[in-house]
Design a protein around this ligand. Structure first.
Ligand code: UDP
Length: 573
């Protein structure tokens, strides 16, 4: 069946259910953004010009909100606990509903069993018949619950699963045997999924798919009004829980800030001001989302103290015309050196409180400075008071942007058909701009998909993203493909690894190989210049944009991307 866009959200609101603060929060959000979603649906509908879209049967099982996982979030909704996850799930549910799919929502193991048609009871009979859904969106908690309650059949059906995973999972952590043998085993990873089945909150490693969420959008009149009513010396502090104000050395910079600006906070409190919040701060207490937006519309500065990491609030602040000031992390925080990230299935290095804001938005909307340097901090505050900025929201965080991306994933990502290894026809015809003596990344434009065509006796399965988007680049020693592609103005595309994991690609690059081995290692395909050793990847699950190793230069499959929508290549829609 063809999916039709929906602009009425009442059925969805009924489906979400009642009885918990987390559900009420999500419903308030869905209602508040309803008009914005409807406008976006109409725009995307026009843009896709009647293109056929399959209506999918989709189950959304929100594992972290089930009683069975302990549901630690719901009781904290009104107390300053994390809300980012709730924001994202509300938006995912809305996007799937608006795109016109056939949606079932489960928030308990009992409902999960009911929808899957397995008899209730622990670890009982596995699901026997076919899976009654095309897609299942869940999280790590939900995945665990499905394993317990679907037993053996999970393996058979796992290509249909999508895991909402805030901070991301890198391939080396996802491959059970490899993770166990090489020290990448964590409490979360090792599900042997295709890494693109993990969907993140921000575009972290492109090994995963970027799901995202949305932020409030403003029309031109609202934008003008906001700019006229900005209070140049008003700052709002990012951090709704008192403990976030406890960071070391913070007294110093709060004092500096207070020299210039009126400082506001939205810290949760029960009866009196939390001792962590200095007396000069005007604390509003935790605000409902729409009231926070009003406060942000007046404020000039939204300032982070280093925690929480990578949440939605900075995007909302920037969308409401604030400048976001945040600390640079030197050295970067990661699972190797920071408690918060320890045990998370990624080695990603977090260079500031909000790397997306730093790298994808930047000045004048975002300033990332060393908070230990009070001169730098002081001059940043003064610069912010002088600078005029317009409200800004990247397209990928608008409702239309999110609908466009989720639409593309649903129609094109299929992890159930095995991807055959690519048989190169004449990659050797490519001429690199230099040999491996050239220090920078080698840039090899691939002429077109016919030059890269399949051997004539093989039928090519449709590649998505299409092959036309592929650019082969060689990293520096020690550099990951995430960085190598980014440096060249592209993005690493894991789906393209299979096209460059061959001798012909090495040959085309003029790489001198004494041996070409095929091994199981997440930095492959790669080569060592000194040892004249070249290695190809034997385990497709370990194709990794994130991997790097000091002595190896990697072959990187990069692709182009749309301005403001990094998840999609130019010809991806
Ligand atoms: N938020 C809110 N009231 C407040 C402060 C924040 O409703 O007083 C909302 C905010 O609009 C954002 C959400 O909380 O959408 C998550 O914010 P944050 O960036 O702090 O991420 P978290 O750590 O909660 O995941």
């Amino acid at each position: 069946r063809q999916a039709a866009f929906r602009t009425d959200l009442s059925v969805l609101l009924d489906q979400v259910g009642t009885g918990k603060e987390s559900l009420s929060f999500m419903k308030r959000r869905i209602r508040r953004l309803a008009q914005q979603w409807a406008t976006a649906a109409n725009r995307l509908d026009a843009k896709l010009q009647q293109r056929w879209r399959d209506q999918k049967k989709i189950l959304v099982h929100v594992g972290f909100l089930t009683e069975e996982s302990g549901d630690v979030f719901s009781p904290k909704v009104l107390k300053g606990g994390p809300l980012g996850e709730m924001v994202q799930w509300a938006d995912i549910l809305t996007a799937l509903h608006v795109l016109g799919h056939n949606l079932k929502i489960s928030m308990s193991v009992k409902e999960l069993q009911g929808f899957l048609g397995v008899p209730p009871g622990r670890g009982s009979c596995p699901l026997t018949g076919p899976l009654p859904f095309d897609l299942i969106y869940t999280d790590y908690h939900g995945l665990q619950q499905m394993k317990q309650h679907m037993g053996l059949s999970l393996k058979k059906h796992k290509c249909h699963i999508r895991v909402i995973d805030t901070f991301g999972t890198e391939p080396a952590y996802n491959h059970e045997e490899y993770a166990t043998l090489h020290g990448y085993r964590t409490n979360w990873g090792y599900w042997n999924l295709n890494a693109r089945q993990y969907m993140t909150m921000f575009p972290h490693t492109p090994d995963n798919s970027f799901m995202g969420f949305v932020s409030e959008e403003l029309n031109e009149t609202e934008k003008r009004n906001i700019q006229q009513n900005k209070v140049n010396n008003m700052a709002v502090v990012y951090g709704k829980e008192a403990s976030m104000w406890k960071q070391q050395g913070k007294e110093g910079f709060l004092q500096i800030l207070h020299k210039y600006m009126e400082v506001h906070g939205t810290v949760y409190y029960e009866t009196q001001r939390p001792p962590e919040v200095p007396a000069f701060v005007k604390n509003h207490g935790l605000l409902p989302q729409h009231e926070l937006q009003q406060l942000l519309r007046k404020a000039k500065l939204f300032i982070g103290f280093g925690f929480p990491y990578e949440g939605p609030a900075p995007l909302e602040a920037i969308a409401n015309g604030c400048i976001f000031l945040q600390p640079k992390f030197h050295p970067p925080h990661s699972s190797l050196n920071h408690e918060f990230f320890r045990g998370k299935p990624t080695s990603r290095e977090v260079s500031s409180q909000h790397p997306y804001a730093e790298q994808y938005i930047g000045r004048p909307h975002v300033m990332t400075v060393d908070y230990n340097n009070s001169l730098e901090f002081d001059s940043a505050i003064r610069e912010i008071m002088r600078t005029k900025v317009e409200p800004y929201l990247p397209y990928e965080y608008t409702c239309e942007g999110m609908l466009e991306r989720v639409h593309a994933y649903i129609q094109h990502q299929d992890f159930c058909v095995p991807e055959p290894p690519f048989l190169p026809a004449n990659l050797s015809r490519l001429s690199p701009t230099g040999g491996n003596r050239v220090p920078g990344p080698l840039f090899v434009p691939l002429p077109n998909s016919t030059a890269l065509g399949w051997a004539s006796n093989v039928t090519a399965p449709p590649a998505w993203p299409p092959l036309s988007s592929l650019r082969l680049i060689v990293s520096q020693e020690g550099q990951s493909c995430v960085d190598a592609c980014q440096f060249a103005g592209f993005i690493c595309e894991p789906a393209h690894f299979r096209f460059i994991n061959n001798k012909e690609a090495l040959h085309g690059l003029d790489v001198q190989c004494e041996v070409v081995d095929s091994e199981i290692n997440h930095i492959l395909p790669a080569f060592s210049v000194v040892r004249r050793e070249c290695g190809l990847q034997r385990e497709p699950l370990l194709f990794s944009c994130a991997g790097h190793s000091p002595k190896y230069r990697r072959l990187c499959p990069c692709r182009d991307f749309r301005h403001g929508q990094v998840a999609l290549c130019r010809d991806c829609l």
